[in-house]
Unconditional design. Structure first.
Length: 253
């Protein structure tokens, strides 16, 4: 086998592994072989063979006949800078904010038109309809996304607001003009808001976290029942927590 053929084999194997890993998400944490085949789009024999190799590598696990993400991937993911540096710097301020508000707090980073949730503290007031750590939410209709987009380059904003902006609830802002109006208000007051745009009865207030060069790197938020998440009351606390987190993160860089 020539070096080129070996490279093609490795690349094909990685593509198949990526397709299998892509079959899992927050709503599909465990999959039967049939479900995995249906979601990854590979032939059944290829899926079975590749998944077995991934189990040997620790990338997948298969308790009780159902596939799930393996511990080895969790160990590798914990080494990513976004988890190791950003999370460690911000976590104390998330904990303080949660202690002060007794409401769910989250940390998110922009990932294309989505926000990737990289940390979350729920305490005793769990809200199962919210994205879990590792899950994503649309940037255009979330306070986390708006807090970040408000400080992004125009090209990044345009990409996030391109195409359809589907309504997740009757209160979702679905026009780029309306979202841009929200983004313009963020630097003025210091925080972004989501008024039941992702889930009816749930509101969110978020503020940006900046790096050492003044670049926006993430956002933290308080999310909970609308009657408890009042922007005029919680906004200043969220803004102060984000400012303190920005200083802590910048000192690590």
């Amino acid at each position: 086998m020539s070096p080129a053929q070996r490279d093609e084999g490795v690349e094909g194997g990685l593509d198949r592994a990526a397709a299998i890993l892509g079959a899992f998400d927050a709503a599909h944490r465990e999959l039967t072989l049939a479900a995995l085949v249906a979601r990854c789009g590979l032939p059944r024999s290829t899926t079975h063979r590749t998944a077995d190799k991934m189990i040997r590598l620790g990338w997948l696990d298969k308790p009780a006949g159902r596939y799930r993400i393996g511990n080895r991937l969790f160990e590798i993911a914990s080494l990513a800078p976004i988890r190791l540096e950003l999370r460690e710097a911000v976590l104390p301020f998330l904990q303080e904010l949660h202690h002060a508000t007794k409401i769910t707090v989250q940390l998110g980073v922009l990932d294309g038109p989505q926000v990737l949730v990289v940390e979350k503290i729920t305490g005793h007031r769990a809200m199962p309809m919210l994205s879990q750590v590792g899950g994503t939410i649309p940037a255009y209709c979330s306070a986390l996304g708006r807090a970040i987009l408000a400080y992004c380059e125009p090209a990044v904003i345009d990409a996030a607001l391109a195409g359809d902006l589907p309504a997740r609830t009757p209160r979702t802002l679905t026009s780029a003009v309306a979202v841009m109006r929200e983004l313009t208000a963020v630097p003025v007051r210091g925080w972004a808001v989501d008024r039941e745009e992702g889930n009816i009865g749930v509101s969110c207030v978020a503020a940006p976290i900046f790096g050492p060069l003044g670049e926006v790197v993430a956002a933290l938020s308080v999310t909970g029942p609308s009657q408890l998440v009042r922007a005029d009351r919680i906004g200043p606390a969220v803004r102060m927590a984000a400012a303190a987190a920005s200083r802590a993160y910048s000192l690590r860089r």
